[in-house]
Design a binder for this molecule. Sequence first.
Ligand code: ADP
Ligand code: MG
Length: 330
Amino acid sequence: MRPKVSGEFARIARYFAPLAAGHPGARGLRDDAAFLSWPAGQGLVITQDAIVAGIHFIGDEPPADIARKALRVNLSDLAAKGAVPFAYLLTLALPQGSGDDVLAGLAAGLAADQQAYGLSLIGGDTVSTPGPLSLSITALGRGDQPVERSGARAGDLVCVTGTIGDAALGLDIARGRDLGLDADDAAFLLARYRLPQPRVRFGAGMARLAHAGLDVSDGLVADLGHLAAVSGVDISLDAGRVPLSPAARAVLRRDPSRLPDLLSGGDDYEIVLTVSEGALPRVSDVAAASGTPVTVIGQVLPAHGQAGLVTVGDGAGGIIDLPRLGWQHS
Ligand code: ADP
Ligand code: MG
């Protein structure tokens, strides 16, 4: 068998091994596999998400931001399960002929986020591809009380972190659409699309309080539908209570017809959780302690026929029809 070209090992040693220095089980990325020992009874939560140029990001972003987004979408999944991240594996498909500047940029972005979120690279794979750049990350977290999607109970309140719809508007801006915003608002929305803010600290704190949780990646209404369906319940969402950023409000002032786009747009990476009314004060404490805004946006209802129905109220007794969404089971 032909030995690997030395350049490949040299690149892993140069750009990725430093990212593995914080975890002894990674063996400096010089072994075939990583080694973890695990205390009996401790929960391990694992998730994997891949992002591909041209599909999950545009492709002209700085490599550091692309790498951070790849990591953060995984951290968002762990946060929604109440798990605390500690390690990840990275599979990188590099377009043929990619230069070292791409690797250096990716590694710099990962280094920054490893520091911010307290985790280490422990392994992965590097392949070259005739196709677009893609990064697949497997993230590992500790979670003794994992929050499932399926635990919502009729009578629960539905809460969401942060603000909804910013990333959908940011994608518009990234694609060159003029939303008529001032430069600050446009920059804010673009950043919300490019760099999700996974709610890691909030997630760890809410684990004991939430009956159900998921991270909002497909769009708020669609994701509420996913949660409702697996929980065997329906959900009523009050659109008037959905938290919107000042920049998103500025868009709506100019064009109120965009509200459904905000409620159904993807890439928010906020957390939806359902809690009993009695737990709400403790959720507020966790929100305050972690610096995470949390808003009650709806209620869990008993299933009306087939579970999974999401009704979107306009706050004035009417129903907002979101006909373009495939989420509604009818
Ligand atoms: P093998 O052929 O034995 O799978 P590789 O050359 O693929 O070996 O990988 C050698 C080491 O480098 C392994 O420890 C692997 O986990 C690590 N590695 C390779 N690519 C990456 C990457 N993109 N990120 C992190 N670790 C990597
Ligand atoms: Mg390999």
